[in-house]
Design a protein around this ligand. Sequence first.
Ligand SMILES: [Fe+2]
Ligand SMILES: [Fe+2]
Length: 151
Amino acid sequence: MTIKWTRDLNTGIDVIDRQHMRIADYINELEDIHHQGDRQTIGRVLDELMDYTLSHFAFEERLQEEAGYEYAGPHKKVHELFARRVRQYLDRFRLGDDVAGEIHGLLRTWLISHIKHDDADYVSAVRDNMLEIVADKQRRRREGWLSRLLG
Ligand SMILES: [Fe+2]
Ligand SMILES: [Fe+2]
């Protein structure tokens, strides 16, 4: 089943939503190709998907730490457990097991549920912090402009 991006999957932080959509695209691509049985292509998509997902996790974890999100630790743990599960599947895939369908199912259900629950939970803490950083930058830019003008 293809992931259709619906509004309830948006977290409200654009950069995060774009990353989630990209992961969903990869998962959909995996669904498209896994029936064709071209192991090389499947392997390549799996590697790209895993790389991209891991860097998304790292990005989220950094945002959460910077914002002082109280569940940053457990959230990171959830990411790690998931990554470990996927890696086990990838190992089986490399050994020749036909697990692309199972991996696809796991990724699809896990991702949707993680976005809707765990990710949705950190958004308000992180967004407030991001807004502050942006406001701070703008203030500093204004002050720089003002002091140049006065000086
Ligand atoms: Fe996420
Ligand atoms: Fe997450």
